[in-house]
Design a protein around this ligand. Structure first.
Ligand SMILES: *[C@@H]1O[C@H](CO)[C@@H](O)[C@H](O)[C@H]1NC(C)=O
Length: 189
């Protein structure tokens, strides 16, 4: 009823055949180097009470079938490479965010409720909410743009208007550019 292969150096896939152990109550594969996805057939383990796949390199989405294991009381998927959204309305959203922590690309309800002391790991700064992403175009942005334009405009035009030698140098430069372009165009013709 219980399989605990935690803290080994298992690599590769979680064998699909594991889903045939329908009497399994507890499965602990944490602290290995498993790299597969979670097989959707895991949903067949209807007796499962505890599933610990933490600290592997498991990737992909969490299959919805996990959320159909109704007796599941303990789930730990933390510190993997899972991504996508934790499906809405599943009973697993009532679990602690720590069950999903350390999966930088995983999104969903429990994670947004992550309390500040859970966000110590720098990876979790990925969970910015939408408002922060759109934060560039704000009132401050327009004010800075106007100030930038005014300052830039007067730095160039102000010096040209008020400084005679710079003005001459500038128009001389324009003439040189003009001649150069003219000669090029004629040559190409
Ligand atoms: C799985 O095994 C690890 C390491 O042996 C242990 O720390 C962890 O508590 C176990 N998980 C569960 C759900 O019992």
């Amino acid at each position: 009823m219980s399989v605990d292969l935690s803290s080994n150096r298992l690599t590769g896939e979680i064998p699909r055949e594991i889903s045939e152990l329908v009497g399994l109550v507890s499965l602990n594969l944490s602290r290995n180097r498993l790299t597969s996805q979670i097989t959707p057939e895991i949903g067949r383990l209807q007796s499962l009470d505890s599933l610990d796949l933490s600290r592997n390199q498991i990737y992909g989405k969490i299959p919805t079938s996990v959320f159909q294991i109704h007796g599941l009381g303990v789930l730990d998927l933390s510190n993997n490479n899972l991504f996508g959204k934790i499906p809405m309305g599943s009973l697993l959203q009532t679990l602690e965010p720590s069950a999903y922590a350390g999966n930088p690309q995983l999104r969903g309800l429990p994670l947004q409720k992550m309390c500040p002391e859970d966000e110590k790991s720098p990876k979790q700064t990925v969970f910015v909410n939408k408002e922060d992403e759109d934060g560039l175009i704000t009132q401050g942005f327009y004010i800075s743009m106007v100030i930038g334009f005014v300052v830039g405009f007067w730095c160039i035009c102000g010096t040209l208007i008020f400084n005679r030698s710079w003005r001459y140098a500038y128009f001389k430069f324009l003439n040189v550019v003009n001649d150069w372009v003219y000669v090029r165009v004629e040559l190409i013709k």
